[in-house]
Design a protein. Sequence first.
Length: 170
Amino acid sequence: MVRIAITGSPGVGKSTVCRNVLKHLTYTYGGMVSADIRVKGERVGFEIKDIATGKHGILAHRQGTGPRVGSYHVNIEDLNNIGVAAIRNALSSSELIVIDEIAPMEFKSPEFIKAVEEALDSGKNMLVVLHQKSTHPLAQRIRNEFQVYTVTKENRETLVPEIADKINKS
């Protein structure tokens, strides 16, 4: 079993490293990924996407309702209907569960927390992007149980083959 967490400062390229690792895997994988929503170069929110189905929605946006994290409102409905569903689907149909990201926005959903706990308890291979400074008990558990890679501007290119090789050889 291989369990890898990718962490680092905001904007350093954690999600990009995760997406690039997926391109090199021999495993079947599923789960959720997130990406910035930008308008005229400025980040205004985050998209969430089910890797297996391609279904996507809004994780958080500056405009809207829902619990606030910083200047963003978390869309609990899309997080649960897309992200949580993607994690649970990956539990039953994939060799590797991918979760990008496990962070304060996602922690606003009790269903998300429960789905991540189910994945952790499953014994399946996992690749996650983890918020660097979160003190949530689930984040602490992941730090304790996973091999953690910290992305920097200097190492983000070399981490992709290193992490992909680690997963493929497990």
